[in-house]
Write a protein that binds this ligand. Structure first.
Ligand SMILES: NC(=O)c1ccc[n+]([C@@H]2O[C@H](COP(=O)([O-])OP(=O)(O)OC[C@H]3O[C@@H](n4cnc5c(N)ncnc54)[C@H](OP(=O)(O)O)[C@@H]3O)[C@@H](O)[C@H]2O)c1
Length: 301
């Protein structure tokens, strides 16, 4: 089956291309100038040329802090452009899988968010992603909007790679311990998309397999918990191990505010698609094997 992936070098896009190809699909993965979400003509031309049976939108403006200073560009990519892609997918009869984020929530619920909870983003990035969700679902009712969080992979820039780099450079790392969420590996998201594909192809608009879904790794964790697991796993593989000090959000000011508790309840995707939140600790081990090397017998003693 022909699959168009918007976003080519992004973390999720690369994992999708690998996973969809391994599953026997023909993948066209595009980013600007091949497919530019800020230009409607580019979006339409790319979809018509690829003639996809399925479209996956893994392209986004993801610079959370920079978005505060570039709201128009963030909105053009995350909202208007995502809507155009959904419109183009609908025009060729292709279902769409679109990614969104826990940053659509304010983090004040005090419990994991379900799909029907009202959104209330704290920053520009979250606001543009929330707008994109609504535009996508309106333009292509045969869409899955997959909210995820804390995306990591061996490719690209992410928290995991930053921790590994800083572990080599510093004796002490100070990491926020009062923000909750869940690490999510791009390969696990890609596998979920592959797993849900047959159902999406067979379903018509209005069926429960379409709509909003949450999918992150499990169990929930703080950034500090995640950093501790990264440093421990890396040390088992011979990587330097700095001291890890928990700090509060107030001690690590950022341009954009982030939800303090962005935990997502992943029950709906389990019920309707049979996809269980993947254990991020197993995915982390696989990723560290690739980035640092295998955990050898000698090194673990
Ligand atoms: N990263 C996270 O922690 C996280 C958390 C929750 C949800 N998500 C969501 O997950 C999805 C995938 O994120 P990711 O981590 O894979 O992001 P990423 O690594 O930043 O990749 C995003 C991709 O989008 C491309 N892009 C940017 N502007 C574009 C445009 N105008 N037209 C077409 N492509 C454009 C980028 O290309 P350039 O590099 O050339 O700009 C890049 O290849 C996004 O929807 C994101 O909002 C991510």
């Amino acid at each position: 089956m022909r699959v168009l992936v918007a976003g080519r070098e992004g973390q999720v896009a690369r994992a999708l291309a690998a996973c969809l190809t391994a599953a026997g699909h023909q993948v066209t993965a595009l980013e600007p100038p091949g497919l530019d979400l800020t230009r409607r003509d580019s979006v339409q031309a790319a979809v018509v040329a690829a003639a996809p049976a399925l479209v996956v939108n893994a392209a986004a403006y993801t610079a959370v802090d920079r978005a505060e200073d570039e709201p128009e560009l963030a909105r053009a990519v995350n909202a208007t452009g995502a809507g155009w892609l959904a419109e183009a997918a609908a025009a060729v009869g292709a279902p769409l899988v679109h990614f969104s984020t826990d940053y659509v929530f304010d983090g004040r619920k005090g419990a994991p968010y379900v799909e029907d909870d009202p959104v209330n983003p704290l920053g520009v990035y979250g606001a543009t992603k929330a707008e994109g969700e609504a535009l996508v679902l309106a333009a292509q009712p045969r869409s899955v909007v997959l909210r995820t969080a804390w995306v990591c992979s061996a490719d690209g820039a992410n928290f995991l790679k930053t921790m590994l780099r800083l572990a080599k450079e510093r004796e002490e790392l100070r990491v926020v311990a009062d923000q909750l969420g869940a690490p999510t590996f791009a390969a696990d998201l890609a596998e979920a998309v592959v797993a849900m594909t047959p159902r999406l192809m067979a379903a018509t608009a209005g069926e429960e397999v379409f709509g909003l879904f949450h999918l992150t790794g499990a169990p929930h964790a703080s950034w500090h918990d995640f950093a501790a697991a990264i440093l421990e796993g890396a040390a088992l593989r011979g990587h330097p191990r700095p001291r890890l000090v928990p700090i509060g959000t107030a001690e690590y000011p950022t341009r954009a505010r982030r939800p303090a508790d962005g935990r997502l309840d992943c029950g709906r995707i389990a019920r309707l698609h049979g996809i269980k939140a993947p254990d991020w600790r197993a995915s982390l081990a696989r990723c560290l094997d690739r980035l640092v090397g295998p955990a050898g017998e000698a090194k673990t003693q």
